[in-house]
Ligand binder design. Sequence first.
Ligand SMILES: Cc1cc2nc3c(=O)[nH]c(=O)nc-3n(C[C@H](O)[C@H](O)[C@H](O)COP(=O)(O)OP(=O)(O)OC[C@H]3O[C@@H](n4cnc5c(N)ncnc54)[C@H](O)[C@@H]3O)c2cc1C
Length: 472
Amino acid sequence: MIDIVILNRNLRLHDNAALFYGSLRSNYIVIYLYDENYWEANGKSTRQLKFSNDCIEELDNSLQDIGSEINIFEGSFNDLKKWIEANFIDYFIHMNHCTDISYFRKGFEKFKKDFGSKLRVYDDFGLQLTNFDRDAWSKNWNRIMHADLLKSPMINKNANEINLIKFNDYKNKTKGKFVELPNIQKGGSSEAKELLESFLKNRCDGYRTKMSSPSLSEDSCSRLSPHFTYGSISIRQVYQRLNELLPFSDHKVDLYSFKKRLYWHCHFVQKLHTEPELEFHSMHRMCDKLRTEYDDEMIDKWIKGETGFPFLDACMKFLNANGWINFRMRAMIMSFASYNMWQPWQKTSPLLAKLFTDYEPGVHISQVQMQSGVTGINLPRIYSVSKQSMDQDPNAEWTKKLLPQLDNFDPKLIHNAELNGSYIPQIVNLKTSAKFARDQIWGIRKSIEFKNEARKVYLKHGSRRKRYSNTS
Ligand SMILES: Cc1cc2nc3c(=O)[nH]c(=O)nc-3n(C[C@H](O)[C@H](O)[C@H](O)COP(=O)(O)OP(=O)(O)OC[C@H]3O[C@@H](n4cnc5c(N)ncnc54)[C@H](O)[C@@H]3O)c2cc1C
């Protein structure tokens, strides 16, 4: 009997259930499924692939130290199924669960059905994969976070060659795609551990206040998000290390704030797992009727950072170049698209997702819907670009760095986008567009029908943790 471990987004050696349990008989092969169509599907992009490849490279090196390696299978789940059946008779497959976009989910669901009891899928993120019970969710999550970490896999004694390409050949094939991405975060478990240690010990100082500033947050946020997405570190590893250091930290308030967010992450991923239709439909279905028309030209200007609002455009330029921006700016960017531009989130969300190295469909889709006012269970909030510009970049230094053509302008003029023909024309009027959006969104929320439906959404998806109620 041979054990086949299939990797997707859990790219680490330690605390990796599929790798650990798949290695117990010391007779295993490890396969990474590379499906080109997946990387072109809803919200996926080359910058994410680059990060994922860094993670695979480090994991491949670590596996070689224990007599194993990563084999790359190029194709779909269905192609992989045929290949396994053609090459093995006595086998058992191990995979970690992954809540992902519909392209992945459909392939994965069929794969699970095809192999039935020959495949074991392991839980991830503290999700409730079956027997979903929102009331018990938090307790279950805590139990999983406190459980012992899984050790590294056993040494592999299987020396049989298999007819798949190795990581280096695959790397050479794909590296041409990455030449224009010099600023994207580097992937891999050692990078994740360094970020974790530096954050918990030093960088977290002032996290709670600095996290909203686009310039300060670059260093004062953990920057672990793409590592969670590609699994170069597990949330449980981070949670347990945090608990070890917390009692001795001088920055307890900051670290508690960080701890809450680890919970939010999983809470949001659970929503997409429970209701995969959320990838395309609003949590509160009546909200799908709000924005029925779209304007491709306007959306194009937004995603390129050519809206005529300097602070917003600076955020977009920064995100385009770096693959990351802080939470507050993401919320403002999305709020602008959904409220001021009044565009359907289904059109704008995948374009934004492509720019994030950390694109995590469960978190992204929940957040996009919250910032578009379509969940029914969160109070709509329209971010004012002028106010954010004033609050988060009072001297407009950060904006000027990204838009050097505005170097000689007074910060006040930049905040209010009053640049008298010296900058790109504004694509909307901030005040009238916000008023229109407010009227529409509060108008629909008034009816009994809306409220009844919102109650159902809460029962299915709402957080039961009082302390975390602002996440809903
Ligand atoms: C429109 C929009 C889209 C977003 N899309 C994504 C996405 O695709 N992937 C993603 O990981 N995050 C997303 N976020 C949430 C948040 O902005 C990022 O998690 C955070 O900025 C990542 O940086 P960090 O790791 O330094 O965060 P830190 O502040 O250091 O937080 C630590 C971790 O907590 C989690 N976290 C933090 N804030 C949130 C939040 N509000 N909701 C859920 N989890 C959170 C993340 O896993 C993060 O890595 C989105 C937010 C918005 C408003």
